[in-house]
Design a protein around this ligand. Structure first.
Ligand code: SF4
Length: 375
């Protein structure tokens, strides 16, 4: 089963840490929606042999589209893809876009899962990150979502933020637990090039937090959430039993997905492609029947690296059978050598045909993954 991702390229303001493609002028919304619907039609054969299991509206801020615009996009998906067996339809929403009527209408369209960009329950931290909502707005939004009938809600959090104390982080985790949601994604802040935070870092206006503090914040996150009944099914993702994000799990399993909209990435039958990351260019190219994406076929080495990277981030681990099936002798011999070294170091272990990262080494996941990479 495959997934469809829709990229909505609008935000009201840019958050300090974010490098996702979006613009802050909303005047082109109508052209964007019409062009996206055109792309849906153009690419209707991309997943023709597969049923669609998940649909995900991300961005940007999809909740900046109106119900009419979202409904038209969903209708086009219905017309051109087999979504009759779709199980999970997620939309990312900003807390201050949430109203009861808006969410009720989302349900009527077919959305059954919300992903809320809360990031913190501390107003000073929210202001520092240039988020446009307050902690109270986030709490209200979750309550409104429940009243509107959503019973699959995910909250995003960020840790590793300069000058954020352990108390502040603990409080955000605990308030998230109190919200009684089904899923939490928690990412360590990274300083991506071309973001305001990156510029501040280079100018010495802010500093990265110490590795020890990062580790403590991660450990606290895992401890608190697992005590509250969440399963850390991926290094940054926690869910109540059986409520993992199906859409993201499909990525991690290496299943096919089709990305639509500017800057959206697709992965279909070992070919990766990406749409142009500029809204005006996207609109012009799609409407003039010109090529609006680039692509590359993955080599054995790429597939191996991707299998390691995605698999080791998950609790389930890397499937040895799949690795042997997809690999060639050279790759498998490299893997065996690294496996021996990393097992001896206690970094990974084997269980039921899967290679998994040891619990006490999870914070070092990225480093351990890089041990296995072929460059
Ligand atoms: S984090 Fe979300 S709301 Fe903030 S700029 Fe990025 S896409 Fe927009």
């Amino acid at each position: 089963m495959a997934g469809i991702y829709i990229h909505v390229p609008y935000c009201i303001q840019k958050c300090g840490y974010c490098d996702f493609y979006s613009i802050i002028r909303l005047t082109s919304k109508e052209d964007f929606v019409a062009t996206l619907i055109k792309e849906i039609e153009i690419r209707k054969s991309a997943l023709v042999k597969e049923g669609i299991q998940t649909i995900y509206f991300g961005g940007g801020t999809p909740s900046l589209l109106s119900i009419d615009e979202l409904g038209r996009i969903y209708k086009a998906l219905k017309e051109h893809f087999d979504i009759s067996n779709v199980q999970e339809v997620t939309i990312e929403v900003n807390p201050d876009d949430v109203t009861h009527d808006f969410l009720k209408s989302l349900k009527n369209i077919g959305f059954n899962r919300l992903s809320m960009g809360v990031q913190s329950f501390n107003n000073k931290i929210l202001a520092f990150m240039n988020r446009r909502h307050s902690a109270d707005q986030a709490k209200n939004a979750v309550q409104i979502a429940k009243q509107a009938g959503f019973n699959n809600i995910s909250i995003d959090l960020i840790y590793g933020i300069p000058n954020m104390s352990m108390e502040c982080w603990r409080d955000s985790i605990d308030q998230t637990i109190d919200m009684d949601v089904q899923h939490i994604s928690a990412y360590h802040l990274t300083f991506e090039p071309d973001t305001p935070f990156f510029t501040k870092l280079k100018r010495n206006e802010i500093q990265e937090i110490k590795d020890d503090d990062s580790l403590q914040q991660y450990n606290l996150l895992v401890k608190r959430l697992t005590e509250a009944g969440f399963i850390d099914y991926e290094i940054s993702n926690f869910s109540k039993p059986s409520l993992e994000s199906q859409h993201n799990s499909n990525y991690w399993k290496g299943n096919n997905y089709l990305g639509l909209g500017p800057s959206a990435h697709s992965f279909i039958n070992q070919v990766r492609s990406w749409n142009v990351s500029d809204l005006n260019e996207y609109i012009s190219l799609v409407n003039n029947a010109k090529n609006f994406s680039e692509q590359e076929e993955l080599s054995f080495k790429d597939i191996y690296n991707e299998t390691i990277m995605l698999g080791l981030r998950t609790r389930k681990g890397v499937d040895l059978k799949q690795l042997k099936h997809d690999g060639n002798p050279e790759i498998l011999s490299h893997f065996s050598k690294e496996l021996k070294i990393n097992m001896a170091a206690g970094n990974v272990y084997e269980q039921e045909g899967f290679i998994r990262i040891s619990d006490d080494k999870k914070f070092l996941t990225d480093k351990i993954i890089s041990n296995f990479f072929i460059v």
